[in-house]
Design a protein around this ligand. Structure first.
Ligand SMILES: NC(=O)c1ccc[n+]([C@@H]2O[C@H](COP(=O)([O-])OP(=O)(O)OC[C@H]3O[C@@H](n4cnc5c(N)ncnc54)[C@H](O)[C@@H]3O)[C@@H](O)[C@H]2O)c1
Length: 258
C-alpha cells in the first residue's frame, strides 16, 4: 500500500485472512442494544464476533441463534485484556470490517458525591474503547478500509443530572468520532456515532419510576425506543451510508435533534 510506513506494511502482510465473509465485532454484544446489533449484522451476512465481559451464558445463547458467530471475552477497562481480545480476533477471524463500540458503563451518582473509583471505572472503559479502536484500525482495517460505529448517548449532548461521568465519557466518544476521520483521511475508514435516547434494555429497567416518567415526558414519540430501532441504524452504517463520515446519528424519538 503506497504511503504506509514500513512497520504497517509488514503488519498488513503478516495478516492471514481466515474469513471469506466480512467480519463485525460488537462489544457488549451479549446484551441489550449490542445483542440487537449482532442480530442485525448477522442478517446482513456478517460473521459476527460477540464480545462479552461476564455474561457468557447469554452470549453463548445468542451465538447459537445466529448463522455465523464467534465469542470473545474481555474486560475493556483493562488494556491487557483488550490485547488478548485482539489476539483472539486475529486467530479466529483474521480480519475485521466493522467494529461496533457498544459496551457502556454508567454509575448513577451526583457529581458532588461521586467517588473517584466510580468515575475511573466509567472512564477506563472509554480508554479501552479508544485503545481497541486504534489497535483494530492498525491491524485489520488498513487493508481495505472498514467502519467504526460508536454507540454514544443523547445525554452526551443534553447533559443529565446524576450521570456526569457517563455524560462526559459519551461526549468524549462523540469527539473521537469527529477526530478519527481527520486522522485516517484517505484510508477508507468510516467512523460514526449512533446516539440512542431512552431505549428499553437492562440499563434503563433499573431506573426509578419517577426518572422514567420524566424521561418519557420529554419524548415527542411518547415511548421508549427498542434495541432493534438502534440496531437498524447501525446496520445501515455498517453496510450502506458510504458518504456518512464523522457524524452523530440521533435515535431518540425526537427528544433531541442535534
Ligand atoms: N438503554 C439506553 O437507554 C441507552 C441510551 C443511550 C445509550 N445507551 C448505550 O448503549 C450501549 C448499550 O447499552 P444497553 O442499554 O444495551 O445496556 P447493557 O447494560 O445491556 O449493555 C452494556 C454492555 O456493556 C458491557 N460492558 C460494560 N462495562 C464493560 C467493560 N469494562 N468491559 C467490557 N464490557 C463492558 C456490559 O457487559 C454490557 O454487555 C451502551 O454504550 C449504553 O451507554 C443506552
Amino acid at each position: 500500500m503506497v504511503g504506509l510506513p514500513h512497520p504497517l506494511r509488514r503488519l498488513r502482510k503478516a495478516l492471514t485472512e481466515k474469513s471469506a465473509k466480512k467480519v463485525a465485532l460488537v462489544t457488549g454484544g451479549g446484551t441489550g442494544i449490542g445483542a440487537a446489533c449482532c442480530r442485525a449484522l448477522a442478517a446482513e451476512g456478517f460473521l459476527v464476533g460477540i464480545h462479552y465481559r461476564s455474561s457468557q451464558a447469554g452470549a453463548e445463547a445468542l451465538a447459537a441463534s445466529l448463522p455465523d458467530a464467534f465469542l470473545v471475552q474481555a474486560d475493556l477497562a483493562s488494556i491487557e485484556s483488550v490485547d488478548a481480545l485482539i489476539g483472539r480476533l486475529k486467530e479466529v477471524a483474521g480480519r475485521l470490517d466493522v467494529l461496533v463500540n457498544n459496551a457502556g458503563y454508567n454509575v448513577n451518582a451526583p457529581s458532588l458525591t461521586m467517588k473517584v473509583a466510580d468515575y475511573d471505572a466509567v472512564h477506563a472503559l472509554l480508554r479501552g474503547t479508544w485503545y481497541l479502536t486504534k489497535s483494530v484500525v492498525r491491524r485489520f482495517m488498513l487493508r481495505e478500509g472498514g467502519r467504526i460505529i460508536n454507540i454514544t448517548s443523547v445525554v452526551g449532548h443534553t447533559g443529565n443530572a446524576g450521570q456526569s461521568a457517563y455524560v462526559m465519557a459519551k461526549a468524549a466518544l462523540d469527539a473521537l468520532t469527529k477526530s478519527l476521520p481527520q486522522e485516517f483521511r484517505d484510508r477508507n475508514v468510516l467512523v460514526n456515532s449512533v446516539a440512542p435516547g431512552f431505549i428499553s434494555t437492562e440499563m434503563t429497567a433499573g431506573l426509578p419510576e419517577e426518572a422514567k416518567a420524566s424521561m418519557l415526558s420529554r419524548i415527542p414519540l411518547g415511548r421508549m425506543g427498542t434495541p432493534e430501532e438502534v440496531a437498524d441504524v447501525v446496520a445501515y452504517l455498517a453496510t450502506r451510508g458510504s458518504y456518512v463520515q464523522g457524524t452523530v446519528i440521533h435515535v431518540n424519538g425526537g427528544m433531541y435533534g442535534g
